[in-house]
Write a protein that binds this ligand. Structure first.
Ligand SMILES: NC(=O)c1ccc[n+]([C@@H]2O[C@H](COP(=O)([O-])OP(=O)(O)OC[C@H]3O[C@@H](n4cnc5c(N)ncnc54)[C@H](O)[C@@H]3O)[C@@H](O)[C@H]2O)c1
Length: 259
């Protein structure tokens, strides 16, 4: 990659961002574009992906959108091909941000929900990484940043499938680092604490007392607040350029897991 200074990547290289239609993915598309990346904005929500790409372009960057369910390897490959046609080069950065959750213990979890959560949060990352790695190997460089969670590091009540999927993301990330480091490729996971995204808004709106639930979520962080999507996006952009970070599970949780 054309790193010009530690922690920042100034280039016109191509970044793929999944889950770009909302929250952390949306902010990541903007942050990477600000660092000079052309951005392929992917989301199952076609309008969301378009919104993200439009916002990048409105700020003077280059971006195209693709509606894609990340579980569908053929659809992801088609999106990659579209960006290759547009920019005549393969991606050098993959940010896997798309994710879903289900609130349930093991005994409460419907097996279909288990498959859905593992499918989007973990198996899809196997497919997307598998799709971008060959061209990165050919180029002798490339970076993957996978969004895991503090739920991949510690047990969280009522989140059985989610915790399992995010622990799997950290394992997958480390195995990629182990297998591909000598080929010039870095893979890191980022582990956010609670982040005030549309996802959390939805959870709160279903709570009997949204304000009390919000305060409870804020209190889980030593900092007494939730993170912002932009803060996590900056962490992803940092890992994109942090040349000595490989195989890490980088925690950004306002101190949630420090105590
Ligand atoms: N918000 C938090 O507190 C928090 C904390 C830790 C980790 N995370 C992780 O951060 C990531 C982003 O979360 P967010 O808070 O921005 O949520 P969000 O719901 O705001 O955004 C998730 C995006 O992923 C997209 N998506 C869902 N399933 C998809 C699929 N099958 N194919 C393509 N796109 C799909 C959604 O349409 C949405 O645009 C997730 O992986 C989540 O697990 C979030």
């Amino acid at each position: 990659m054309t790193d010009t200074r530690e922690g920042k990547t100034m280039s016109s290289e191509i970044a793929v961002v999944t889950g770009a239609g909302s929250g952390i993915g949306y902010a990541t598309a903007q942050a990477l574009a600000a660092d000079g990346f052309r951005v392929l904005a992917i989301d199952i929500d076609a309008e969301g992906a378009q919104r993200a790409a439009r916002s990048v372009r409105d700020r003077g960057g280059e971006s195209i959108a693709a509606a894609c369910d990340v579980r569908d390897a053929a659809s992801f490959a088609a999106a990659l091909e579209e960006s290759r046609q547009r920019w005549s080069a393969p991606p050098t950065l993959l940010a896997n941000v798309a994710g879903i959750g289900v609130a349930a213990t093991v005994t409460e979890t419907d097996p279909n929900d288990w498959d859905r959560v593992l499918g989007v949060n973990l198996t899809a990352l196997f497919h997307t990484c598998r799709a971008v790695l060959p061209s990165m190997v050919e180029a002798g460089s490339g970076v993957i940043v996978n969004v895991a969670s503090v739920s991949g590091l510690v047990g969280v009540r009522n989140r059985a499938a989610y915790c399992a999927s995010k622990a799997g993301v950290i394992g997958l990330t480390r195995s990629i680092a182990a297998d591909y480091a000598h080929l010039g490729i870095r893979a890191n996971a980022i582990c956010p604490g609670t982040v005030a995204s549309e996802w959390i808004d939805k959870i709160l709106s279903h709570s009997p007392d949204p304000e009390a639930a919000r305060r409870q979520m804020e209190d889980r962080q030593l900092d007494g607040r939730m993170g912002t999507p932009e803060e996590i996006a900056n962490g992803i952009a940092f890992l994109a350029g942090a040349r000595f970070a490989n195989g890490s599970a980088f925690v950004m949780d306002g101190g949630m897991t420090a105590v």
